[in-house]
Each structure stands twice: as structure tokens, then as C-alpha cells.
Design a protein around this ligand. Structure first.
Ligand SMILES: *Cc1c(COP(=O)(O)O)cnc(C)c1O
Length: 379
């Protein structure tokens, strides 16, 4: 029988070599030479003012929430169709996530709904670039400007994607990357905060280093190192940075390989879309995505449930996500919903993610698509 997992973390081959070099250099704590190389790589690649590695995208979002200087009861507009960390980071500061619906095409937050959700207490908008396909950043930037809101990109899935030529994560005031093993460029757990607004740069370093001015001390800018602000330990060790640097060096190649797989799915699934059995992803022409995800939208929940078990019987592992945050226990306790959530609910019931990882062979893509075709022929 075939066995096709949903994901298999990719190794470029240089990770262990770089880890041993980090060990040999004698620094295993954070902010050593590999961390610096990663910062420089992200800054050069995205054009952001400053990049800081974090232990996860969750940690980067938490740092962004601290930088936003929120008071309890302040509001942050975001989609409900996202991972929990998008909301949790702000809830930890006592802020209220205000959930709005998503667009039916890209499944990103519907920018036309933002304005009506703005109140006196709104402080930030948090677009999530779903599947590495950009939100409508021009409109969101205008909105943020008009209402003096921070624009914080959850670009966890958006590493190597662009919007009108601009790298995701570097468009808003702050951007958050994930290098979790389920993402494209990985370090097991890992992330980065991208700071596009220079005014945040100094404080971000302090928050990341337990509220101390340690980074300035090491640069010789201050003569003692002490506690000066709120903070926590958000920086990864050098082993993680060494692993990540090996991946960043291959980021173009990883993206190109994933794109081939993505395109193969996209072509082979076209007839099923034409037959009305499913809908394929829609990519606006000015969005260059990173092939983070190949998903299909089925007609309803029961078709999806049946298809998942049909594929599983054939050894193919396809998965769905998210339970909409506005319907979750914590979302109801800590958040608020603005407007109807029709698209969010439909997508959460109908979306199915197909296996996609660099080592997936094109012939395996064909097996997956054939299994989906057989499913529709048999039911
Ligand atoms: C993966 C993901 C996160 C969390 O990333 P971690 O690095 O695991 O903390 C946050 N938001 C979105 C949209 C994600 O896909």
C-alpha cells in the first residue's frame, strides 16, 4: 500500500555541520554568529529595518503585542480563521481580539470589513497571510494610517512570499515569521520578529533580552547591563540558529521545489474543479506565494469527512484546520465577533490540506489526485 504522510520536515544537509561549527565556536546561548547571519539574511531578503530571531512565531507575536503598548480592553482586529497564537499574544496583554470574517477567494481577512469593526479602543490590525498568499495590504495600510492603528502581519506562513513585489512580513509596522517544522523554512521551533518601524527596534531588543539592555551593552553603547523595561526570554539558542541558517541558504530552492509540487496539484485538479466537485486555491495576480499549502475546498463537511477517511484507507494523510477562534472556548471568553462569520464557518468545514513537502514526488501527487478522483467516481 502507498504511504504518503501529510508532512515530512526537510533537511538541506548542512544543518548538522553548522550546529557542530556553532558548538566548536564555543557559544550555545543566543545572539552568536549564526543568529547574526540569520538576522542579516532576513534583513537583506525582505528589506525590513531589523530582524530578530525568536523561539517561535508565537513569541514574535507576543513581542509585537508588548511593543503595541496595549491597555486592558484595547481592541485588535483579526480574522477568526487563524491559528490560536494570533489572538493569544494580544489576550496575554489584556486586549480583546475582534474577529471579522474572511474573503471567500484567498481566505484572508476581508479588508472591506475592517473599517466597520474599528472603535475608539481599536489599536491594531493583524492580517494573517493564509497559505502564504498576501492579504490586501494597500487597503489595510490606508486603514491603519487613517485610524492610527498598528499593522502587525502574522506572516507565519508567508516566508518568501510577496505582495506587489514587497516581501510579506516587511510591509506592516511589525511582521512575524514562523520556522516551525510544519512551515517552509524550518528550525523545529523558531520564528522571527521583523521590525519595519525603526522606533520599535531598540525596545524590541530589550523585550527579547529579559527587559535588559544587554544587546546595547555588548555593542559598547552602554557601560552597564541592567533591567530597564518589561521583557522575557524570546531569543533562541545558537543550535537553532545554526540549523535555521542552513535552511535560509536553501530557501529559494525549497520554495521552487514546493512550487513544482503545488503546480502539479493545481493542474491535475482542474478537471475536478470544472466538474464542480471542489474548488482550488485562488491566487491574485499581484501576489507571489510560496507554495506553503495546497488545499481544496469541498462541498460540505460530510464530503470532507468521507474523503479524509477514504484517503486514509489508501495510506494518504490529508488534514484540515482551523476551528474558528470566535467559536472556541477561549475565543468566546476573551474575544468579540464583528459581523457574520459565514465564510469562516464554511471554510472551516470544507477545507482540506493535501500532503505537500519538498521530498514529495510528483508521482505521489498523481497518486493523491487519482485517489480523490476515485472517491468522486465511487460516491
Ligand atoms: C504556525 C502559525 C503560527 C505559530 O507559529 P509558531 O512558530 O509555531 O509559534 C501563528 N500563526 C499562524 C497563522 C501560523 O500558521
Amino acid at each position: 500500500m502507498t504511504y504518503i504522510p501529510f508532512n515530512k520536515p526537510y533537511m538541506t544537509g548542512k544543518e548538522l555541520w553548522y550546529i557542530s561549527k556553532a558548538h566548536h565556536a564555543g557559544q550555545l546561548a543566543g545572539d552568536g554568529s549564526y543568529t547574526k547571519k540569520c538576522h542579516q539574511w532576513i534583513e537583506a531578503k525582505t528589506g525590513t529595518w531589523k530582524a530578530l530571531l525568536t523561539q517561535s512565531c508565537t513569541a514574535a507575536l507576543e513581542m509585537a503585542a508588548i511593543l503595541a503598548d496595549l491597555d486592558p480592553g484595547d481592541e485588535v482586529i483579526m480574522p477568526s480563521y487563524t491559528f490560536v497564537s494570533t489572538a493569544n499574544a494580544f489576550v496575554l496583554r489584556g486586549a480583546i481580539p475582534v474577529f471579522i470574517d474572511i474573503r471567500p477567494d484567498t481566505l484572508n481577512l476581508d479588508e472591506t470589513l475592517v473599517e466597520a469593526a474599528v472603535t475608539e479602543r481599536t489599536r491594531a490590525i493583524v492580517p494573517v497571510h493564509y497559505a502564504g498568499v498576501s492579504c490586501e495590504m494597500d487597503t489595510l495600510q490606508k486603514m491603519a494610517h487613517n485610524y492610527q492603528l498598528l499593522l502587525i502581519e502574522d506572516a507565519a506562513q508567508g516566508v518568501m512570499s510577496t505582495y506587489k513585489g514587497k516581501p510579506l512580513g516587511s510591509i506592516g509596522d511589525l511582521g512575524c515569521f514562523s520556522f516551525h517544522e510544519t512551515k517552509n523554512v524550518i528550525s523545529g521551533e523558531g520564528g522571527a520578529l521583523l521590525i519595519h518601524t525603526p522606533q520599535f527596534a531598540e525596545r524590541a531588543e530589550i523585550i527579547r533580552e529579559k527587559g535588559t539592555n544587554r544587546s546595547q551593552f555588548f555593542r559598547g553603547q552602554v557601560d552597564k547591563y541592567t533591567w530597564i523595561d518589561q521583557g522575557s526570554s524570546y531569543l533562541p539558542g545558537e543550535i537553532i540558529a545554526a540549523f535555521l541558517y542552513a535552511q535560509l541558504e536553501e530557501a529559494e530552492q525549497i520554495t521552487a521545489t514546493r512550487m513544482q509540487i503545488w503546480q502539479h496539484y493545481h493542474q491535475l485538479l482542474e478537471p475536478l474543479e470544472q466538474a464542480g466537485k471542489l474548488r482550488r486555491p485562488i491566487i491574485p495576480p499581484y501576489c507571489q506565494h510560496n507554495a506553503h499549502m495546497y488545499y481544496i475546498l469541498l462541498q460540505n463537511l460530510s464530503t470532507r469527512t468521507q474523503l479524509i477517511s477514504y484517503l486514509q484507507q489508501k495510506g494518504i494523510y490529508a488534514v484540515f484546520h482551523y476551528v474558528p477562534l470566535h467559536n472556541s472556548a477561549a475565543g468566546q471568553r476573551y474575544g468579540r465577533t464583528h459581523g457574520n462569520m459565514n465564510n469562516t464557518i464554511t471554510v472551516s468545514e470544507c477545507l482540506l490540506r493535501l500532503p505537500l513537502f519538498p521530498e514529495l514526488e510528483l508521482i505521489q501527487v498523481e497518486q493523491v489526485v487519482r485517489a480523490i478522483q476515485d472517491f468522486f467516481n465511487e460516491t
